[in-house]
Design a protein around this ligand. Structure first.
Ligand code: PHE
Ligand code: ZN
Length: 938
């Protein structure tokens, strides 16, 4: 009998597969309620069989085995062992044909992993371990086979049928059925397999590759939505061109398909030549999508396309190396967007994401290196660390080597590893070998967790006209890694004179320099420095570190006004505002009047008046650091004081800069047809951020502006901004406008999602009641992840004031809903539990309230292993910390044995019974509270 306890999988335990699959011939016979799957595999043994023959172990999850044949001969039940995780054939031949028939009920699959039905479209999601929910297979990335797929279905109900590779043939069958056959010549891991069948709308185009081959491009979506696929198509073509120009990567098949579905657990998946997308990342037109939606579509379409080389042609050996494909591909999509749009603004947005999502992870109990040494649930390593920090680690190699050498490294990488499953070490080795450099110390970025603190101290000597800059690094301890070795940290610096001009740093007159910090402390000397400079450090965010520099308010303002590095100009404003708001929080706590800083407000005012500045930059620079960011800078978070401080600051800006805001609102109108070029997006950004501030001003005339913009808006960007300000205000028009919005867009599911989330994030006393009411609204559905994320997810992750309500009602609500959702879609439930598991920096009362809910959840005898992992690790952290009041080991056992459980293990491997809970409770977690997070795509 199998042991259902989720096991820790260690990177060091890697063993190469005992059997390889060379070819797979799959047949999907799709019927209304059931799909008969036949898989014929050519398998050969890869181990030394002279001593003993190893068993063939195939993965399977919730599968119904119909028959099993080796070389045409049916196996009898005594010839194999079947349990709820594996199909084991003890003594197979050296080389053989294995035929497996399984039945899959796609409509009953609410987990949306494997083969499922998304509102009538039959589709698959195999990454990470979904293929084993379709058929028995060695479901690991280093088993790479060539796939042929035949799909059969009713012609009327499912007219379009797609799979990976090139289209081979199609034809009619009896009883109104038809078939379609696909051949993928490139060996691939099972996680890249896909099948789609449905009634679909379709846009098509084509692309000529750099060697002159024609590729047919198609984007499919639900019926009636075909008019919203043009931007995704445009993004796809630009991605293909960009990859040829920047990385020399050409597409390798006759066809490339994207399918957009409405029910999808993540953002998108890069299945070979058949990318499946959450339709929120494909569908757009000016009436339904905002500028932010357009940008995201471009970057995710690019991301998934770029995976064709970084992930598919060159793939990973084991999941621990996930960052090999994800970090590199995020780097590539960020570079793509930077080349297509404003590089500085892209950098600002990417770093904001990194700071919001990854820094807290790196500072918490779930800290793990970009290449984790172990995991329990593989889905839990889809984190900001693996993705976004992974991208920074690639970018640092580019910065250290320079663009040309970096390209030499990637060329060698692709040449050397094409068609193989490899590791992160192989990537760095290619960089080293192509350029004859030694990156041994740099590689610590792959193995050490934690965000380094880098301190910069400057000393100017007027006599010798030298400036000495001392940089030191220190990385805080993380779970299981108490002592950190020094990293290699590239820090780009510049020096500003009193007029804000960059000073020359060498005889050639260069004004920026990448310093290489390799020790715990190093001093760098600059000569011929004519006057005391203001330091601009970590320009463009060269390294993913926390920079500590003690600036005076005057120096902050100087950098905000003059730094030639736009990223650092923005960051000076962010740090300045944060410093100010943290002081305001302290004042509020002491019962004093909080006082916004005048010179910060003035600096924002001069951005508004500066016509030469990039508009998108101005829009970013006007936005105050988020409540969450401010909270991350505090030892004990005071949600209410932060909210209040930020509100006071917004109000001060709205009052003091009223004239500038009004002028900028007028000046940045975009008349005429909607266009998504950078300039227009920038104008809309500045205009709407100006309106956001004006909406904080109580003057009736200003209050009317947002209402007017709502009704007169010609595109979703303007309408969505306006309604959000109304919804966050006490405007008497609030209800009228919310109703109007719903009635206009009730047939646009993705716009209804916006409507749900704007109500969920409103910091109002009645928000939770409203959210509860919306759970019964026709626009909500618990079995659709987009709906759940838009309502429940937005409330718990995007509304700190209401979620952390003092009476614990927010926590209780999330627990109630996740206990329900866990039965439907455990993957999504587990991810959404994250806000509840992060109690550590809250006040003792709230900590208790959160832990009470966590305890309730863990008491659910039917809890999935996904959710169990998140909750148990969070509670284990309390135990480690000896926080009083926490359920001790014995308590956990007590809860479990008090349950109705019979002591037997549940059958699905998503479920765990009482025995495994007791066992797991003893397991000390080293990666507690993992958040599988992805800006999108993941
Ligand atoms: N590999 C996908 C991406 O990054 C994300 C994904 C994660 C898809 C998990 C499916 C499952 O683009
Ligand atoms: Zn990816």
């Amino acid at each position: 009998m199998s042991d259902n306890k989720p096991q820790t999988v260690y990177r060091k335990d890697y063993q190469k597969p005992d059997y390889q699959v060379d070819e797979v011939d799959l047949d999907f016979d799709i019927h209304d309620d059931i799909t008969h799957v036949t898989s014929v595999m050519n398998i050969h043994s890869e181990h030394d069989r002279s001593g003993n023959v190893k068993p063939l172990v195939l993965d399977g999850d919730e599968l119904n085995l119909v028959s099993l044949k080796i070389n045409g001969k049916t196996l009898k039940p005594e010839d194999y062992i079947l349990d709820d995780k594996f199909l084991t054939i003890p003594n197979p031949p050296e080389k053989f044909k294995l035929e497996v028939k399984t039945d899959v009920k796609q409509k009953e699959n609410t987990q949306l992993q494997g083969l499922y039905d998304s509102d009538g479209i039959i589709c698959t999601k195999c990454e990470t371990e979904g293929f084993r929910r379709i058929t028995f297979f060695p479901d690991r990335p280093d088993v790479m086979a060539k796939y042929t797929t035949t799909i059969r279905a009713d012609k009327e109900k499912l007219p379009v049928m797609l799979s990976n590779g090139n289209f081979k043939e199609e034809g009619e069958l009896e009883d109104g059925r038809h078939y379609s056959k696909w051949v993928d010549p490139h060996p691939k891991p099972s996680y890249l397999f896909a099948v789609v069948a449905g009634k679909l709308d379709h846009v098509k185009d084509n692309f000529k590759t750099m060697s002159g081959k024609d590729v047919s491009l198609n984007i499919y979506c639900e019926k009636g939505k075909g008019d919203k696929c043009d931007y995704a198509m445009d993004s796809l073509k630009r991605s293909m061109k960009w990859d040829e120009e920047k990385f020399g990567r050409e597409y390798d098949l006759d066809i490339f398909n994207i399918v957009a579905v409405s029910k999808f657990n993540s953002g998108a998946c890069e299945n070979k030549s058949l990318n499946v997308f959450n339709d929120a990342l494909v569908l757009a037109n000016p009436e339904t999508a905002t500028d932010a939606n357009y940008k995201k579509i471009e970057s995710v379409v690019g991301h998934e396309y770029f995976h064709n080389w970084t992930g598919n042609r060159v793939t990973i050996k084991q999941w621990h190396d996930l960052s090999l494909k994800e970090g590199f591909t995020v780097y590539r999509d960020q570079e793509f967007s930077s080349d297509e749009r404003s590089r500085a603004v892209q950098r600002i947005q990417d770093v904001s994401d990194l700071r919001a999502g990854q820094f807290p992870e790196d500072a918490g109990p779930s800290a793990h290196p970009i290449r984790p040494d172990s995991y329990i649930s593989v889905r839990n390593i889809y984190t900001g660390t693996v993705y976004e920090k992974g991208a920074e680690v690639i970018r640092m190699q580019e910065r250290l080597l320079g663009k040309e050498k970096f390209r030499k490294g990637t060329d060698l990488y692709f040449k050397r590893h094409d068609g193989k499953a490899i590791t992160c070490d192989d990537f760095v080795k290619a960089m080293e070998d192509a350029n004859s450099v030694d990156l041994a110390q740099f590689k610590r970025w792959y193995s050490q967790a934690g965000t380094p603190d880098v301190t910069a101290k400057g000393k100017y000597d007027a006599k010798t006209k030298t400036y000495e800059l001392t940089l030191s690094q220190k990385t805080p301890a993380t779970p299981d890694q108490p002592i950190k070795k020094d990293f290699v940290i590239p820090v780009e610096v510049g020096l500003l004179d009193k007029n804000g001009k960059d000073m020359p740093l060498d005889i050639e007159g260069k004004t920026s320099k990448v310093l290489k910090l390799t020790k715990s402390t190093q001093t760098f000397k600059f000569e011929n420095v004519e006057e005391p400079p203001v330091l601009s450090a970590n320009r463009g965010f060269t390294a993913p570190v926390n920079m500590n520099i003690e600036y005076s308010d005057k120096e902050y303002a100087h950098l905000m006004a003059h730094d030639s590095d736009l990223f650092n100009r923005w960051d000076a404003g962010q740090q300045y505002a944060t410093k100010n708001m943290l002081q305001m929080v302290k004042d509020i706590q002491k019962g004093k009047e909080p006082k916004p800083d005048e010179s910060y407000i003035k600096a924002i005012g001069s951005y508004l008046k500066d016509d030469k500045l990039d508009k998108e930059f101005v829009a970013e620079a006007m936005v105050l650091p988020s409540e969450k960011y401010i909270a991350d800078q505090m030892d004990v978070i005071d949600v209410d004081a932060i909210h209040k401080a930020r509100g006071v600051m917004q109000k001060a800006i709205s009052v003091e800069l009223k004239d500038e805001l009004l002028a900028s609102y007028e000046k940045n109108q975009t008349l005429g047809e909607y266009s998504y070029d950078t300039e227009s997006m920038g104008k809309r950004g500045v205009k709407n951020t100006s309106l956001a501030y004006l909406s904080k001003n109580d003057e009736p005339k200003l209050q009317k502006m947002m209402v007017n913009q709502y009704y007169s808006a010609k595109n979703m960007t303007d309408r969505d901004s306006a309604i959000r300000f109304v919804v966050n205000s006490d405007s008497p028009k609030r209800k009228e406008i919310l109703d109007d919005f719903y009635n206009r867009y009730k047939d646009e599911s993705l716009v209804v999602d916006k409507w749900l989330s704007m109500q969920a994030v409103a910091p109002r006393a009645d928000t939770l009641d409203k959210v509860k009411e919306l759970m019964n609204h026709e626009g909500f559905a618990m079995d659709n992840p987009n709906k759940v994320r838009s309502l429940i997810g937005a409330f718990s992750a995007g509304n700190p004031v209401c979620f952390h309500a003092k009476d614990g009602s927010g926590y209780e609500f999330l627990a109630d809903q996740m206990i329900k959702l866990d039965k439907i879609n455990p993957q999504v439930a587990a991810k959404m539990l994250t806000p509840l598991s992060r109690w550590k920096k809250l006040d003792p009362e709230r900590q208790e309230l959160m832990k009470k809910q966590l305890t309730r959840i863990i008491n659910d005898p039917e809890l999935s292993s996904n959710s169990y992992e998140v909750v148990s690790k969070s509670l284990a952290m309390a135990k480690d910390d000896k926080v009083k009041g926490f359920a001790k080991d014995g308590d956990v056992k007590g809860f479990v044995s008090g349950n109705k459980g019979t002591g037997e293990l549940a059958h699905s491997n998503e479920k765990i019974g009482k025995i495994s809970i007791v066992k797991q409770a003893k397991q000390k977690s080293n990666m507690a509270d993992l958040i599988p997070r992805r800006k999108m795509g993941r």
